[in-house]
Design a protein around this ligand. Structure first.
Ligand code: UAG
Ligand code: ATP
Ligand code: API
Ligand code: MG
Length: 491
């Protein structure tokens, strides 16, 4: 594509250079530049992409988009906000793929991954080819790609959508993190349905206050197109039991469709019955009432299923198809995943890494626990410090024995993270074992028949980040090995 044609998508009249080279690719990383690329300089949290402009030019960049003039011998196009420009350019360069996809975006503190997988299951039951973007990775039809972020940067995102179109994907579901909304990673996305799960404490390191965090999430709904005159109707699917919903309703032009348990909603669950093997409830929808049975446990999962049902109903999926898919749901990797190595106690690996999710996970376990409840939990480094004492207090209060350990300490000292956790505990029984493998082994050694061990925080993760090193680590495998070793030791 010619540079001038590409730049025509930036509607704020950037000064066009005289030269009009062919642009072969867009890059935001100077190390990936190939001959004929357009390099977009992003001022990041760690380094400033503008400092790599010369390297990009030396590597063959045909032109550079920047927020300030640069001393390089290739054309430089100055824009006010290069992150936003990157999103718009990438969308245009890849042929505006989201305009040809039915795109569902999900935001909220907890439940995004779970709800996105449930929607994907329902869509596949409907027989369409799907794409899925989120914490566990990027799925394009049957191909799974690795992803660094829950919501990739604008470039990776539009590349994924382009690939989806190449592979005949018609429906895509994605998690939209508050970081992505605030940083403009999703500016080029044309959502059809925007879903809100819930808002509780997380990421205060980044957003500063709950109000700012709430506003960042609200961008998903305020940026949704007007459904009134639109050929493709736009829907905001909102949780009517969450206090933030009233603000999101006020801020969106889209048609509002609600789900909930306590407050009157379009889609509701009534008469919920839970067992350790699953959940039953009466589903109320504008298309009728029906008793539903599913394998997922916990009230929070009823919310996730309701959100998925609501999103699929407004996407035109017949209720019978939705119900058929729910009957088959198997759950999501690392979300309340059982580890079974033939032991006579229960081991659950769960991705609860916020106060609310930990409270929910332990509360759900408490409903079925016959024996002692252990909770192995840590808190991530370089993340919201204020959730550490809260999570430790919840674990100490709700489990019979909490074992505090490391999550991903990243650049922080694990012992300081653990001190900040234990500072929140005023009652309850706990141990501190900073080595995560040793902590899991300790819980396994202590557990007796009918006890339950919750290993919280890392779910599906197959690594542990300590300092700058990424080590292989999978809670599910570590637990399984510990169980097998302890059972042979006992023989
Ligand atoms: C705080 C944050 O969001 N950081 C993101 C950011 O990194 P950064 O600002 O540090 O980037 P940087 O290293 O300063 O680089 C700036 C620019 O210089 C360029 N560069 C850099 C070096 C070089 O040699 N040449 C060069 O051109 C880079 O390509 C980049 O364009 O841009 C990167 C590329 O897009 C992201 O991967 C990275 O996410 C990091 C890994 C991260 O941990 N983010 C978390 C906080 C996050 O976003 N989390 C949410 C999920 C939250 C949730 O749902 O719970 C998410 O969506 O993942
Ligand atoms: N609707 C919900 N409400 C509260 N807690 C939930 C809900 N759904 C899931 N959880 C809990 O939160 C954990 C994380 O769930 P999930 O991965 O679906 O959330 P997420 O929003 O994608 O998280 P992340 O922000 O890390 O991507 C689960 O393991 C479970 O303990
Ligand atoms: N999306 C979350 C995941 C946290 C997972 C936990 N294991 C950690 O590393 O803190 C984040 O980036 O804050
Ligand atoms: Mg997620």
């Amino acid at each position: 594509m010619k540079l001038h044609t590409l730049l025509s998508c930036l509607h704020d009249f950037p000064q066009l250079p005289e030269a009009n080279p062919d642009i072969a690719a867009i890059e935001m990383d100077s190390r990936k530049i190939q001959e004929g690329s357009l390099f977009v300089c992003i001022a990041g949290f760690t380094v400033d992409g503008h400092d790599y402009a010369a390297q990009a030019a030396a590597n063959g960049a045909a032109a550079i988009v920047a927020e300030r003039p640069l001393e390089v011998d290739v054309p430089v196009i100055i824009v006010k906000d290069s992150s936003r420009a990157l999103a718009v350019l990438a969308d245009f360069f890849y042929g505006q793929p989201t305009q040809q996809l039915h795109l569902i975006g999900i935001t909220g503190t907890n439940g995004k991954t779970t709800t996105s997988h449930l929607i994907d299951d329902i869509l596949r039951e409907h027989g369409v080819t799907t794409g899925l973007i989120g914490t566990i990775g990027i799925k394009v039809a049957e191909t799974v790609l690795e992803a660094k972020n829950t919501t990739p940067d604008a470039l990776a995102l539009q590349q994924a959508f382009y690939l989806m179109r190449e592979k005949q994907v018609t429906h895509a579901v994605m998690e939209v993190s508050s970081h992505a909304l605030h940083l403009g990673r999703v500016h080029g996305c044309d959502y059809d349905v925007a879903v809100f799960t819930n808002l509780t404490q997380d990421h205060l390191d980044y957003h500063g206050t709950m109000e700012a965090y709430k506003q960042a999430k609200g961008l998903l709904f305020s940026q949704l197109g007007n459904s009134y005159h639109h050929s493709r109707p736009k829907y905001a699917v909102l949780n009517s039991d969450d206090a933030a919903t009233k603000d999101y309703i006020a801020g969106t032009q889209a048609t509002v469709f609600t789900y909930g348990i306590d407050n009157e909603s379009h889609v509701m669950a009534r008469d919920i019955e839970m067992t350790s093997g699953g959940t039953m409830f009466t589903l109320i929808t504008p298309q009728g009432h029906v008793r539903v049975q599913m394998k997922l446990v916990g009230k929070f999962n009823v919310y996730n299923v309701l959100a998925a049902i609501a999103a699929c109903l407004v996407s035109g999926i017949p209720l019978e198809t939705i119900l058929r898919a729910i009957g088959k749901l198997q759950g999501v990797p690392g979300r309340f995943e059982l580890v079974d190595a033939g032991q006579d106690f229960t081991v659950i690996v769960d991705y609860s890494h916020t106060p609310d999710s930990l409270e929910n996970a332990l509360g759900t376990i408490r409903q079925f626990a016959k024996g002692h409840v252990y909770c192995v939990v840590g808190c991530g480094g370089d993340r919201d410090r204020s959730k550490r004492p809260l999570m430790a207090a919840i674990a100490a209060r709700s489990a019979d024995t909490a074992i505090f350990t490391s999550d991903n300490p990243r650049s922080e000292d694990p012992h300081i993270i653990l001190d900040e956790m234990t500072a929140g505990v005023s009652s309850g029984s706990y141990e501190v074992i900073s080595d995560r493998k040793a902590a899991i082994e300790r819980a396994v050694a202590l557990a007796e028949k009918d006890d339950i061990i919750l290993i919280a925080g890392k779910g599906h993760e197959t690594y542990q980040i300590i300092g700058a090193q990424v080590y292989d680590f999978d809670d599910r495998l570590v637990a399984k090995e510990a169980i097998l070793r302890s059972s042979t030791a006992g023989e």
